[in-house]
Design a protein around this ligand. Structure first.
Ligand code: ADP
Ligand code: GN1
Ligand code: MG
Length: 361
Protein backbone atom coordinates (compact mmCIF):
# COMPACT_ATOMS: atom_id res chain seq x y z
CA UNK A 1 0.00 0.00 0.00
CA UNK A 2 1.20 3.51 -0.75
CA UNK A 3 2.71 5.39 2.14
CA UNK A 4 1.51 8.94 2.53
CA UNK A 5 1.43 11.75 4.98
CA UNK A 6 -1.83 13.40 5.81
CA UNK A 7 -1.78 16.91 7.08
CA UNK A 8 -3.86 16.48 10.23
CA UNK A 9 -1.38 13.81 11.25
CA UNK A 10 1.10 16.46 12.35
CA UNK A 11 -1.48 17.61 14.85
CA UNK A 12 -2.20 14.03 15.91
CA UNK A 13 1.48 13.24 16.37
CA UNK A 14 1.85 16.25 18.59
CA UNK A 15 -1.22 15.33 20.64
CA UNK A 16 0.14 11.86 21.36
CA UNK A 17 3.83 12.93 21.33
CA UNK A 18 4.64 10.10 18.91
CA UNK A 19 6.29 10.46 15.47
CA UNK A 20 4.95 8.22 12.72
CA UNK A 21 3.93 7.82 9.13
CA UNK A 22 0.57 6.20 8.42
CA UNK A 23 -0.78 3.50 6.15
CA UNK A 24 -4.43 2.44 5.86
CA UNK A 25 -4.98 -0.86 7.63
CA UNK A 26 -7.52 -3.69 8.02
CA UNK A 27 -10.96 -4.45 6.58
CA UNK A 28 -13.29 -2.60 8.99
CA UNK A 29 -16.49 -1.12 7.56
CA UNK A 30 -16.86 1.71 10.07
CA UNK A 31 -13.78 3.60 11.28
CA UNK A 32 -10.74 4.76 9.30
CA UNK A 33 -7.95 2.54 10.56
CA UNK A 34 -4.22 3.17 10.06
CA UNK A 35 -1.09 1.58 11.27
CA UNK A 36 1.10 4.27 12.78
CA UNK A 37 4.59 3.27 11.76
CA UNK A 38 6.79 4.20 14.66
CA UNK A 39 8.71 2.12 17.09
CA UNK A 40 6.72 0.51 18.63
CA UNK A 41 3.83 0.57 16.15
CA UNK A 42 0.33 1.75 17.03
CA UNK A 43 -3.15 1.45 15.60
CA UNK A 44 -4.54 4.89 14.86
CA UNK A 45 -8.25 5.27 14.18
CA UNK A 46 -10.35 8.17 13.06
CA UNK A 47 -13.58 7.42 14.87
CA UNK A 48 -16.65 7.49 12.66
CA UNK A 49 -18.48 10.24 14.52
CA UNK A 50 -21.51 10.21 12.26
CA UNK A 51 -22.16 6.72 13.65
CA UNK A 52 -20.66 7.16 17.12
CA UNK A 53 -21.99 10.60 17.90
CA UNK A 54 -20.55 10.80 21.41
CA UNK A 55 -16.87 9.85 21.13
CA UNK A 56 -16.19 10.82 24.76
CA UNK A 57 -18.76 8.33 26.09
CA UNK A 58 -17.63 5.75 23.53
CA UNK A 59 -14.04 5.98 24.71
CA UNK A 60 -15.07 5.94 28.37
CA UNK A 61 -16.85 2.64 27.67
CA UNK A 62 -13.78 1.20 26.00
CA UNK A 63 -11.48 2.48 28.72
CA UNK A 64 -13.50 0.96 31.55
CA UNK A 65 -14.06 -2.33 29.72
CA UNK A 66 -10.39 -2.74 28.84
CA UNK A 67 -9.27 -1.82 32.37
CA UNK A 68 -11.63 -4.47 33.73
CA UNK A 69 -10.36 -7.07 31.24
CA UNK A 70 -6.76 -6.12 32.04
CA UNK A 71 -7.25 -6.82 35.74
CA UNK A 72 -8.72 -10.26 35.06
CA UNK A 73 -6.07 -11.17 32.48
CA UNK A 74 -3.30 -10.21 34.92
CA UNK A 75 -4.95 -12.15 37.75
CA UNK A 76 -4.97 -15.22 35.50
CA UNK A 77 -1.32 -14.85 34.59
CA UNK A 78 -2.00 -13.67 31.01
CA UNK A 79 -0.41 -10.85 29.01
CA UNK A 80 -2.79 -7.86 29.03
CA UNK A 81 -0.89 -6.03 26.27
CA UNK A 82 -1.63 -8.92 23.96
CA UNK A 83 -4.96 -10.22 25.16
CA UNK A 84 -6.88 -6.96 25.22
CA UNK A 85 -6.70 -3.52 23.64
CA UNK A 86 -4.62 -0.85 25.37
CA UNK A 87 -5.80 2.72 24.89
CA UNK A 88 -2.99 5.28 24.47
CA UNK A 89 -3.87 8.60 26.04
CA UNK A 90 -2.93 12.01 24.67
CA UNK A 91 -0.29 14.09 26.40
CA UNK A 92 -3.06 15.87 28.29
CA UNK A 93 -4.44 12.54 29.46
CA UNK A 94 -7.46 12.42 27.15
CA UNK A 95 -8.83 9.20 25.68
CA UNK A 96 -8.84 10.60 22.13
CA UNK A 97 -7.76 13.71 20.26
CA UNK A 98 -10.16 16.04 18.50
CA UNK A 99 -8.33 17.81 15.67
CA UNK A 100 -9.00 21.29 14.32
CA UNK A 101 -11.27 19.89 11.59
CA UNK A 102 -13.41 18.08 14.19
CA UNK A 103 -12.04 14.58 13.49
CA UNK A 104 -11.59 12.35 16.53
CA UNK A 105 -8.50 10.14 16.67
CA UNK A 106 -7.69 7.36 19.11
CA UNK A 107 -4.67 5.14 19.47
CA UNK A 108 -4.16 1.60 20.66
CA UNK A 109 -1.05 -0.45 21.17
CA UNK A 110 -0.48 -2.43 17.99
CA UNK A 111 -0.72 -6.11 18.80
CA UNK A 112 2.17 -7.61 16.86
CA UNK A 113 2.49 -11.01 15.23
CA UNK A 114 -1.22 -11.41 14.78
CA UNK A 115 -3.50 -11.85 11.79
CA UNK A 116 -7.17 -11.27 11.09
CA UNK A 117 -9.29 -13.39 8.78
CA UNK A 118 -12.38 -12.84 6.67
CA UNK A 119 -12.99 -16.59 6.49
CA UNK A 120 -11.74 -19.24 8.90
CA UNK A 121 -9.14 -21.56 7.37
CA UNK A 122 -10.54 -24.63 9.14
CA UNK A 123 -13.18 -25.53 11.75
CA UNK A 124 -10.62 -25.76 14.55
CA UNK A 125 -9.51 -22.19 13.98
CA UNK A 126 -13.12 -21.04 14.02
CA UNK A 127 -13.57 -22.88 17.31
CA UNK A 128 -10.69 -20.93 18.85
CA UNK A 129 -12.46 -17.69 17.90
CA UNK A 130 -15.58 -19.03 19.64
CA UNK A 131 -13.56 -19.61 22.76
CA UNK A 132 -12.10 -16.09 22.52
CA UNK A 133 -15.60 -14.56 22.31
CA UNK A 134 -16.97 -16.92 24.97
CA UNK A 135 -14.10 -15.99 27.28
CA UNK A 136 -14.64 -12.30 26.55
CA UNK A 137 -18.27 -12.70 27.60
CA UNK A 138 -17.24 -14.53 30.77
CA UNK A 139 -14.73 -11.91 31.77
CA UNK A 140 -17.45 -9.26 31.52
CA UNK A 141 -20.07 -11.30 33.39
CA UNK A 142 -19.64 -9.26 36.58
CA UNK A 143 -19.10 -5.93 34.84
CA UNK A 144 -21.57 -3.23 35.88
CA UNK A 145 -23.71 -2.88 32.75
CA UNK A 146 -25.38 0.27 34.05
CA UNK A 147 -22.03 2.10 33.79
CA UNK A 148 -21.98 1.60 30.00
CA UNK A 149 -23.41 4.15 27.58
CA UNK A 150 -25.44 2.80 24.70
CA UNK A 151 -23.10 3.83 21.86
CA UNK A 152 -25.65 2.99 19.15
CA UNK A 153 -29.18 2.84 20.56
CA UNK A 154 -31.22 -0.20 19.49
CA UNK A 155 -28.21 -1.63 17.70
CA UNK A 156 -29.62 -5.17 17.62
CA UNK A 157 -33.30 -4.32 17.91
CA UNK A 158 -34.20 -6.46 14.91
CA UNK A 159 -37.83 -5.28 14.52
CA UNK A 160 -36.61 -1.66 14.46
CA UNK A 161 -34.07 -2.66 11.80
CA UNK A 162 -36.97 -4.11 9.81
CA UNK A 163 -38.92 -0.86 10.27
CA UNK A 164 -35.87 1.07 9.01
CA UNK A 165 -35.83 -1.08 5.89
CA UNK A 166 -39.53 -0.51 5.25
CA UNK A 167 -38.99 3.23 5.68
CA UNK A 168 -35.98 3.23 3.34
CA UNK A 169 -38.05 1.42 0.73
CA UNK A 170 -40.82 4.00 1.05
CA UNK A 171 -38.45 6.96 0.93
CA UNK A 172 -36.47 5.48 -1.98
CA UNK A 173 -33.74 8.12 -1.51
CA UNK A 174 -31.34 6.65 -4.06
CA UNK A 175 -34.02 5.62 -6.59
CA UNK A 176 -33.19 1.92 -6.21
CA UNK A 177 -36.57 0.64 -5.05
CA UNK A 178 -37.59 -1.26 -8.20
CA UNK A 179 -34.23 -2.95 -8.48
CA UNK A 180 -34.50 -4.49 -4.99
CA UNK A 181 -38.23 -5.30 -4.91
CA UNK A 182 -37.75 -9.09 -5.07
CA UNK A 183 -35.12 -9.39 -2.41
CA UNK A 184 -37.01 -6.93 -0.20
CA UNK A 185 -40.08 -9.20 -0.28
CA UNK A 186 -37.95 -12.28 0.31
CA UNK A 187 -36.29 -10.72 3.36
CA UNK A 188 -39.60 -9.67 4.91
CA UNK A 189 -40.72 -13.30 5.01
CA UNK A 190 -38.14 -13.81 7.80
CA UNK A 191 -39.19 -10.72 9.77
CA UNK A 192 -41.54 -12.40 12.28
CA UNK A 193 -39.21 -15.24 13.20
CA UNK A 194 -36.36 -12.80 13.53
CA UNK A 195 -38.27 -10.63 16.01
CA UNK A 196 -38.44 -13.42 18.60
CA UNK A 197 -35.04 -12.80 20.26
CA UNK A 198 -35.65 -9.06 20.66
CA UNK A 199 -39.12 -9.76 22.07
CA UNK A 200 -37.73 -12.30 24.53
CA UNK A 201 -35.05 -9.86 25.63
CA UNK A 202 -37.66 -7.18 26.21
CA UNK A 203 -40.01 -9.49 28.12
CA UNK A 204 -37.18 -10.83 30.28
CA UNK A 205 -37.53 -14.38 28.92
CA UNK A 206 -33.80 -14.25 28.19
CA UNK A 207 -31.26 -12.24 30.24
CA UNK A 208 -29.58 -9.00 29.28
CA UNK A 209 -25.81 -9.39 29.53
CA UNK A 210 -22.82 -7.25 28.62
CA UNK A 211 -22.05 -8.37 25.09
CA UNK A 212 -19.68 -7.41 22.29
CA UNK A 213 -22.35 -7.06 19.61
CA UNK A 214 -20.00 -7.13 16.62
CA UNK A 215 -18.41 -10.55 16.77
CA UNK A 216 -17.34 -11.10 13.21
CA UNK A 217 -14.18 -13.07 12.69
CA UNK A 218 -12.05 -10.08 11.71
CA UNK A 219 -12.71 -8.60 15.13
CA UNK A 220 -10.51 -11.29 16.68
CA UNK A 221 -6.75 -11.19 16.42
CA UNK A 222 -5.17 -14.62 15.91
CA UNK A 223 -1.60 -15.40 16.88
CA UNK A 224 0.30 -15.51 13.58
CA UNK A 225 2.21 -18.63 14.64
CA UNK A 226 -0.14 -20.72 16.77
CA UNK A 227 -3.28 -19.44 14.95
CA UNK A 228 -5.11 -19.34 18.30
CA UNK A 229 -7.67 -16.55 18.84
CA UNK A 230 -5.97 -14.31 21.38
CA UNK A 231 -7.60 -10.90 21.49
CA UNK A 232 -11.11 -9.59 20.90
CA UNK A 233 -10.95 -6.11 19.34
CA UNK A 234 -13.40 -3.50 17.99
CA UNK A 235 -15.04 -2.69 21.31
CA UNK A 236 -17.17 0.20 20.03
CA UNK A 237 -20.41 -1.68 20.50
CA UNK A 238 -19.82 -3.35 23.86
CA UNK A 239 -23.22 -2.77 25.45
CA UNK A 240 -25.99 -4.66 27.19
CA UNK A 241 -27.44 -7.25 24.81
CA UNK A 242 -28.11 -10.94 24.33
CA UNK A 243 -25.40 -13.56 24.04
CA UNK A 244 -27.39 -14.79 21.03
CA UNK A 245 -26.35 -11.64 19.18
CA UNK A 246 -22.69 -12.48 19.68
CA UNK A 247 -23.13 -16.16 18.89
CA UNK A 248 -25.31 -15.49 15.85
CA UNK A 249 -23.16 -12.75 14.37
CA UNK A 250 -20.04 -14.91 14.49
CA UNK A 251 -21.88 -17.66 12.63
CA UNK A 252 -23.27 -15.25 10.04
CA UNK A 253 -19.75 -14.31 9.07
CA UNK A 254 -17.64 -17.37 9.84
CA UNK A 255 -19.90 -20.35 9.11
CA UNK A 256 -20.57 -19.10 5.62
CA UNK A 257 -18.61 -20.88 2.90
CA UNK A 258 -17.87 -17.50 1.30
CA UNK A 259 -16.92 -13.98 2.27
CA UNK A 260 -19.59 -11.42 3.09
CA UNK A 261 -19.54 -9.83 -0.36
CA UNK A 262 -19.18 -12.95 -2.51
CA UNK A 263 -21.33 -12.23 -5.57
CA UNK A 264 -21.48 -15.80 -6.88
CA UNK A 265 -24.33 -17.16 -4.78
CA UNK A 266 -23.55 -20.75 -5.75
CA UNK A 267 -20.57 -20.40 -3.45
CA UNK A 268 -22.61 -19.17 -0.48
CA UNK A 269 -23.81 -21.84 1.97
CA UNK A 270 -24.13 -22.21 5.71
CA UNK A 271 -21.62 -24.87 6.72
CA UNK A 272 -22.81 -27.14 9.53
CA UNK A 273 -19.31 -28.39 10.33
CA UNK A 274 -18.23 -24.84 11.11
CA UNK A 275 -21.50 -24.31 12.98
CA UNK A 276 -20.75 -27.32 15.15
CA UNK A 277 -17.18 -26.22 15.89
CA UNK A 278 -18.25 -22.73 16.85
CA UNK A 279 -21.08 -24.03 19.02
CA UNK A 280 -18.75 -26.41 20.84
CA UNK A 281 -16.18 -23.66 21.50
CA UNK A 282 -18.73 -21.09 22.62
CA UNK A 283 -20.56 -23.45 24.97
CA UNK A 284 -17.34 -24.81 26.43
CA UNK A 285 -16.47 -21.29 27.63
CA UNK A 286 -19.97 -20.40 28.81
CA UNK A 287 -20.50 -23.52 30.88
CA UNK A 288 -23.71 -23.49 32.87
CA UNK A 289 -24.22 -19.72 32.56
CA UNK A 290 -26.47 -20.13 29.53
CA UNK A 291 -30.20 -20.54 30.24
CA UNK A 292 -32.44 -23.23 28.65
CA UNK A 293 -34.36 -20.62 26.64
CA UNK A 294 -31.10 -19.19 25.27
CA UNK A 295 -30.02 -22.69 24.26
CA UNK A 296 -33.35 -23.21 22.50
CA UNK A 297 -32.87 -19.97 20.56
CA UNK A 298 -29.27 -20.58 19.45
CA UNK A 299 -30.07 -21.72 15.88
CA UNK A 300 -32.49 -18.83 15.52
CA UNK A 301 -29.65 -16.53 16.70
CA UNK A 302 -27.71 -17.39 13.54
CA UNK A 303 -30.72 -16.74 11.32
CA UNK A 304 -31.65 -13.51 13.11
CA UNK A 305 -28.21 -11.95 12.93
CA UNK A 306 -27.83 -12.91 9.26
CA UNK A 307 -31.25 -11.43 8.50
CA UNK A 308 -30.53 -8.28 10.50
CA UNK A 309 -27.16 -7.64 8.90
CA UNK A 310 -28.56 -8.42 5.46
CA UNK A 311 -31.41 -5.95 5.82
CA UNK A 312 -28.97 -3.34 7.13
CA UNK A 313 -26.94 -3.74 3.91
CA UNK A 314 -30.14 -3.46 1.88
CA UNK A 315 -31.31 -0.42 3.83
CA UNK A 316 -27.95 1.25 3.26
CA UNK A 317 -28.17 0.48 -0.46
CA UNK A 318 -31.63 2.06 -0.60
CA UNK A 319 -30.40 5.10 1.32
CA UNK A 320 -27.47 5.65 -1.06
CA UNK A 321 -24.61 3.91 0.84
CA UNK A 322 -24.15 6.28 3.74
CA UNK A 323 -23.30 3.79 6.52
CA UNK A 324 -21.07 0.87 5.51
CA UNK A 325 -17.86 1.54 3.64
CA UNK A 326 -18.09 0.36 0.03
CA UNK A 327 -15.32 -0.25 -2.47
CA UNK A 328 -17.54 -0.46 -5.58
CA UNK A 329 -20.96 0.87 -6.57
CA UNK A 330 -23.33 -1.97 -5.70
CA UNK A 331 -21.33 -3.66 -2.94
CA UNK A 332 -24.12 -3.25 -0.39
CA UNK A 333 -26.57 -4.91 -2.79
CA UNK A 334 -24.13 -7.77 -3.32
CA UNK A 335 -23.79 -8.13 0.46
CA UNK A 336 -27.58 -8.08 0.87
CA UNK A 337 -28.11 -10.78 -1.79
CA UNK A 338 -25.35 -12.86 -0.25
CA UNK A 339 -27.00 -12.73 3.17
CA UNK A 340 -30.44 -13.52 1.76
CA UNK A 341 -29.01 -16.69 0.25
CA UNK A 342 -27.44 -17.48 3.61
CA UNK A 343 -30.74 -16.87 5.46
CA UNK A 344 -32.55 -19.25 3.13
CA UNK A 345 -29.94 -21.93 3.70
CA UNK A 346 -29.90 -21.44 7.49
CA UNK A 347 -33.71 -21.59 7.63
CA UNK A 348 -33.64 -24.97 5.89
CA UNK A 349 -31.12 -26.30 8.42
CA UNK A 350 -32.63 -25.15 11.72
CA UNK A 351 -33.68 -28.66 12.80
CA UNK A 352 -30.23 -30.08 12.16
CA UNK A 353 -28.71 -27.14 14.02
CA UNK A 354 -30.93 -27.86 17.04
CA UNK A 355 -29.64 -31.43 17.16
CA UNK A 356 -26.04 -30.22 17.01
CA UNK A 357 -26.60 -27.72 19.83
CA UNK A 358 -28.12 -30.48 21.98
CA UNK A 359 -24.87 -32.46 21.74
CA UNK A 360 -22.93 -29.78 23.62
CA UNK A 361 -25.32 -28.57 26.31
P1 ADP B 1 -13.90 -1.15 12.40
O1 ADP B 1 -14.81 -0.71 13.49
O2 ADP B 1 -13.86 -0.20 11.27
O3 ADP B 1 -14.19 -2.56 12.00
P2 ADP B 1 -11.64 -2.25 13.90
O4 ADP B 1 -11.46 -1.69 15.28
O5 ADP B 1 -12.25 -3.58 13.80
O6 ADP B 1 -12.41 -1.15 13.02
O7 ADP B 1 -10.21 -2.27 13.23
C1 ADP B 1 -10.05 -2.59 11.85
C2 ADP B 1 -8.93 -3.60 11.69
O8 ADP B 1 -7.71 -3.08 12.22
C3 ADP B 1 -9.13 -4.92 12.43
O9 ADP B 1 -9.93 -5.83 11.71
C4 ADP B 1 -7.70 -5.40 12.60
O10 ADP B 1 -7.22 -5.99 11.41
C5 ADP B 1 -6.92 -4.12 12.81
N1 ADP B 1 -6.66 -3.79 14.24
C6 ADP B 1 -7.47 -3.06 15.05
N2 ADP B 1 -6.94 -2.89 16.26
C7 ADP B 1 -5.74 -3.53 16.24
C8 ADP B 1 -4.64 -3.70 17.21
N3 ADP B 1 -4.70 -3.15 18.42
N4 ADP B 1 -3.55 -4.37 16.81
C9 ADP B 1 -3.47 -4.91 15.56
N5 ADP B 1 -4.45 -4.78 14.62
C10 ADP B 1 -5.55 -4.11 14.94
C1 GN1 C 1 -19.62 -3.44 10.85
O1 GN1 C 1 -17.09 -2.39 12.50
P1 GN1 C 1 -17.09 -3.66 11.71
O2 GN1 C 1 -16.60 -3.52 10.32
O3 GN1 C 1 -16.38 -4.73 12.52
C2 GN1 C 1 -20.85 -3.17 11.70
C3 GN1 C 1 -21.46 -4.50 12.16
C4 GN1 C 1 -21.82 -5.34 10.94
C5 GN1 C 1 -20.55 -5.55 10.11
C6 GN1 C 1 -20.86 -6.28 8.83
C7 GN1 C 1 -20.71 -0.50 14.34
O4 GN1 C 1 -18.64 -4.12 11.63
O5 GN1 C 1 -22.63 -4.25 12.91
O6 GN1 C 1 -22.32 -6.59 11.35
O7 GN1 C 1 -19.97 -4.26 9.76
N1 GN1 C 1 -20.48 -2.36 12.85
C8 GN1 C 1 -21.21 -1.28 13.19
O8 GN1 C 1 -19.67 -6.71 8.29
O9 GN1 C 1 -22.24 -0.96 12.60
MG1 MG D 1 -14.03 -4.33 13.01
Amino acid sequence: MMEYKVNPMDEVMKAFAIEFTVDPYGDGHINDTYVADSRPRYILQRINTSIFTNPQKLMENIDSVTMHLRRIIIANGGNPDRETLTVIRTTDNKLFYESADGSCYRMYKFIDNTITLNLPENPHQFETSARAFGKFQNMLADFDASSLSETIPDFHHTPKRTANLVKAMEENLAGRKEEVADIYDAYLRFADDCAIITNDLESGAIPKRVTHNDTKLNNVLFDAVTKEGICVIDLDTVMPGSLLFDYGDSLRFGASTAVEDEADLDKVWFDLEYFESYTRGFLSELGDKITPREVELMPLGALTMTYECGIRFLTDYLNGDTYFKIHYADQNLVRAKNHLKLCTDIASKLDEMKKIVAKYV
